[in-house]
Design a protein around this ligand. Structure first.
Ligand code: CO
Length: 135
């Protein structure tokens, strides 16, 4: 049986990275681990680790990406919850067998080799859920 191991990260879509960091880094005092541009995703991402998990702030850098459209439509806020799983293919098969709607039919590969896939919010009670299997 595939097993969920941890909450890996919570992603928040933001329209102003500087303003968001004033809250997450400066007011809450969470250390900013990394701030980088991700051209492949047409976004800038900030990573703020907390005890094995992370808050990720994602700001679109163009207006034609999926995340930019999400921001335009729904405004800034919670974007997705990412759960680490030990066997992503097994979990996706299990979800399909239970008629859970997946956004990605197959896992995708990140630059660092981890596998990931998204579950449609229609099947989760409104929360976009990402699955990660670490490399
Ligand atoms: Co994510």
């Amino acid at each position: 049986m595939p097993t969920i191991k941890a909450v890996n990260h919570v992603a928040v879509v933001v329209d102003d990275m500087g303003k968001s960091l004033k809250f997450w880094r400066d007011a809450l005092g969470i250390q900013l681990h990394e701030l980088r541009d991700v051209p492949a995703e047409k976004s800038q991402v900030a990573f703020l680790p907390i005890a094995g998990a992370e808050v990720e702030l994602v700001m679109p850098t163009t207006d034609d990406s999926g995340i930019a459209k999400y921001l335009a439509k729904r405004g800034p806020g919670m974007h997705h919850l990412c759960l680490e799983v030990d066997d992503i293919n097994g979990m996706m098969s299990q979800l399909k067998a239970k008629d859970i709607r997946l956004i990605n039919e197959e896992p995708r590969f990140a630059a660092d080799g981890k596998k990931y896939a998204f579950i449609h919010p229609e099947s989760t009670g409104g929360v976009l859920v990402e699955l990660y299997q670490l490399a």
